[in-house]
Design a binder for this molecule. Sequence first.
Ligand code: FES
Length: 141
Amino acid sequence: MVTEITISNAERKMLSEAGYGESAINYYLEKKYMGIIENADIISQKIGSCGDIMKVYIKIDDNNLINDVRYEITGCAGAISAAMAVVDLVRGKTIEDALKINDGDIFNALENIPEKKHHCIQLAVKTMHKGIKEYKIEKVL
Ligand code: FES
């Protein structure tokens, strides 16, 4: 019998063999920040060089602290794991500190990711940065 557990274990093994670190695999399988925020303060979207699409929803409080972030993604395991790591790194930070988060920070949070997937990290970071920059323009910050 094929259960959800055996599917997830098989996926885990495939991702590990492909070069994904333990943390990246967990982010990908859990997908804990996938979805939308109904009353987001900014919604932004970016299309990667590969054609994959990311949409980010960001909730920002009056002190310019990032309360919450969600992503909608049509993309690969690299894109999903990177975006989920972005959320863990930016939540609770000021928008200025969130703008300082770079691809290297996300790579470290993922532990490892195949080299051909590094542009997926870029897409996750750039989409978040784009949303914050648009928010700053809108609020004249
Ligand atoms: Fe397109 Fe990963 S291959 S974001």
